[in-house]
Design a protein. Structure first.
Length: 330
C-alpha cells in the first residue's frame, strides 16, 4: 500500500511539473506577493487588451497615396507635373537672329536643344559673375565656360556639347545675381546656337524707380515676380524696332523693345477692339519700354505710309498654352 501511495505521489508530481513547463507565463511572470490577492479574470482582460493594441504584421499597411496631404496622386507624379509646368520651350517670336531670348523667372526651367559636333552657348547677363556650374551628366556632355568683353560689360558664357544623340541631362548655374535651371536634350542635327535672357523684374524696378524718383518719393515699391504674365505673342513684320516681348503685371502691359529703340522712329500703338477696329491708346515711353495703363487682348504697332510695317501683339489664353505644353510633353 505504501508503495502504491508513493507511486501515485510521484505521478502527480510529474504531471504538475509537465503542466508548469507547458504554461510558463502563468507561473514565471506572477509576482509572489500578489499570487493570493489578484484575481485571474482582470489579468486575463489586461492581456486581451494588450493583444488588441499591438498590430500584427498583416495590419502594418502603407498609407494610400490618395490620403497624403489630400492629394490624389503619387508624390512623383506631382513632381513631374510641376516640372512640366515650369519648363520653357523655345519660341519663334523669342528669337533675336539665332539667339533664343528667354524671359527669366525664378523657378523656371529652360530648354536647350543641342547636337553632336556643335557647341551651344549659354550667355549670362553682362556684368553677372559666374559662381558655379553643375551638370547631371559630365561623361557624355562636355561643359565649359569662358567670357567675353571687359569691365562692366564682361559677360560669362557656358558652352555645352553632347557626345551622342538622344541624351538628356540638366544644368544648374549659380551666379552672384540668380540661379538658372536648364534642361538639355541632344538631337541628330538641330542645335540652338545660343540662349540668353531678359530680366523683366529688373526692368520694372528701374522703370518704377525712375517714376517714383521724379515724384519725390523715397522708396521703390517691390515687384511681385509671381504676378508677371508672359502669355503674349508678337506676330507680323520684322522691322528693326520689332518688340522683343510683352508682359503684364495684372494692371499694366509692358512692351519691351530693342535697346536702341530711342535712336529710331518709335511706332504708335493701337488697341484692337472685338470688331477689328483700331484706336490709339495712352501709353508712356520709359527707356526701351512702352507702358500701357490697361490690359488688352490685341494691339498693333504701325509705322510707315507707302509700305506700312505692322507688328501685332496678342494675348494668349493661359489654359491654351498649358494644353499645348501638355501635348508637347506627351
Amino acid at each position: 500500500m505504501k508503495n502504491k501511495l508513493a507511486i501515485g505521489l510521484c505521478m502527480a508530481t510529474s504531471l504538475a511539473g509537465c503542466a508548469a513547463r507547458h504554461h510558463p507565463s502563468e507561473v514565471a511572470f506572477a509576482p509572489a506577493h500578489l499570487e493570493t490577492s489578484v484575481d485571474a479574470a482582470p489579468a486575463a482582460s489586461h492581456a486581451q487588451s494588450a493583444r488588441e493594441l499591438i498590430p500584427v504584421p498583416g495590419q502594418l499597411l502603407p498609407i494610400p497615396a490618395t490620403h497624403i496631404g489630400g492629394e490624389k496622386s503619387f508624390p512623383t507624379k506631382r513632381v513631374e507635373k510641376a516640372n512640366r509646368a515650369a519648363l520653357r520651350e523655345p519660341r519663334s517670336d523669342n528669337y533675336v537672329n539665332a539667339v533664343q531670348v528667354y524671359p527669366w523667372m525664378e523657378g523656371s526651367v529652360y530648354r536647350l536643344y543641342a547636337a553632336p559636333e556643335q557647341v551651344s552657348d549659354i550667355a549670362l547677363e553682362p556684368g553677372e559673375r559666374l559662381v558655379s556650374v553643375a551638370a547631371g551628366d559630365t561623361v557624355r556632355w562636355i561643359v565649359g565656360d569662358t567670357s567675353s568683353g571687359s569691365g562692366t560689360g564682361k559677360r560669362s558664357h557656358i558652352l555645352v556639347k553632347p557626345s551622342g544623340i538622344g541624351l538628356r541631362t540638366n544644368i544648374v548655374i549659380t551666379t552672384d545675381r540668380r540661379t538658372y535651371h536648364l534642361q538639355l536634350e541632344s538631337t541628330a542635327k538641330t542645335a540652338m546656337a545660343a540662349i540668353s535672357w531678359t530680366y523683366p523684374e529688373d526692368g520694372l524696378l528701374a522703370l518704377r524707380g525712375t517714376a517714383i524718383g521724379a515724384s519725390g518719393a523715397s522708396e521703390v515699391p517691390t515687384v511681385d515676380a509671381a504676378s508677371l504674365r508672359f502669355n503674349y505673342v508678337v506676330l507680323g513684320d520684322k522691322p528693326a524696332w520689332r518688340p522683343i516681348r510683352a508682359f503684364d503685371d495684372g494692371r499694366q502691359v509692358f512692351i519691351e523693345f530693342p535697346a536702341d529703340i530711342g535712336q529710331k522712329e518709335a511706332p504708335p500703338l493701337f488697341v484692337l477692339a472685338a470688331d477689328g477696329s483700331a484706336e490709339l491708346v495712352n501709353y508712356r515711353i520709359r527707356g526701351n519700354y512702352y507702358i500701357v495703363d490697361k490690359l488688352f487682348e490685341a494691339a498693333e504697332l504701325r509705322l510707315g505710309k507707302a509700305r506700312q510695317q505692322v507688328v501685332r501683339i496678342r494675348r494668349v489664353d493661359d489654359r491654351r498654352q498649358s494644353s499645348k505644353r501638355g501635348r508637347r510633353a506627351s
